[in-house]
Write a protein that binds this ligand. Sequence first.
Ligand SMILES: NC(=O)c1ccc[n+]([C@@H]2O[C@H](COP(=O)([O-])OP(=O)(O)OC[C@H]3O[C@@H](n4cnc5c(N)ncnc54)[C@H](OP(=O)(O)O)[C@@H]3O)[C@@H](O)[C@H]2O)c1
Length: 289
Amino acid sequence: MILVVGATGVVGREVVAQLVAAGQEVRALVRDQGLDHGLGGEVKVVPGDLGRLDSLTDALTGVDSAFLLTGGGPETPLHDANFATAAARAGVRHLVKLSIIGAEYGFTDLVSTWHLAGERALRQIGERPDGPQWTFLRPGEFSSNARLWAGPVKERGAVFWAQVDPKVAVIDPRDVAAAAVTALTTEGHEGKTYRIGGPQALDVRERVDILAAALGKPLKLVELPIADVAQAAERAGRQRLVVETTLGNLTRPEFQEKASQVLPTFEELVGRPPRTFENWVTDHLGIFR
Ligand SMILES: NC(=O)c1ccc[n+]([C@@H]2O[C@H](COP(=O)([O-])OP(=O)(O)OC[C@H]3O[C@@H](n4cnc5c(N)ncnc54)[C@H](OP(=O)(O)O)[C@@H]3O)[C@@H](O)[C@H]2O)c1
């Protein structure tokens, strides 16, 4: 039995779908069990909140391994520690945590620091006799962050964004999920970290051009200060500080260098090349029309 945390979100929903497609028995942790999360009849939906350790006990009973996704904000270290503690108590064997690129290189921005603290908690709990083994996935920026462009593209034929020049090897969240599914369902990933990314380093101008070509209409790109983009992202439900920090990272040459690297890691892990940004755009054109 595999438990998926974050099952209603971008990556977790894909992890659930891909595990079900692979014939695995899947349980999905949700905060509000009263809602219809549209996860499909094969999936057992169980309640639990990462902020409340005791709420995780029932969800983890009988679970062999779990996909652990936290929001990436200041709650991340506590949520990771709570989950790993409850998993150890329940005798869970293996946790696959979605971490972040900055953890790979020890970057000291807030988001990397929070994920690193979460990783540390999993390592410490994993050292206990009953502690679960861990695997950390450390992706760079997701292709799907372009979802935040959808409203202005539809309404004004424009993208308003910050940091438009640095190149980033963006990764499709479906591929982040594929890496997680591989780590959860095949042997030999315990104690390993995977710095995964996409197949091409693209700046925002290039990504907007790809979107415009797919839509068959010109798009204007308007560069804004990071604070304005973070404020707009907050209105769309993102954590402002997280957006500010991740965009701010791109002002740092050492981060830019790492974020733009095209690596073989995904293909080595999953056995096929990662999807392109164009693939993501083509499959999500409806949200921009
Ligand atoms: N976006 C990027 O470019 C990027 C790049 C690298 C790494 N990451 C990492 O990816 C993660 C975000 O992934 P995502 O975009 O798939 O997330 P998302 O779409 O924002 O979904 C978050 C999920 O977490 C659940 N959740 C939130 N708080 C919870 C709690 N207290 N207890 C239980 N579940 C809770 C939410 O469930 P509800 O339905 O209950 O709200 C939702 O299912 C972060 O850790 C981030 O640092 C992101």
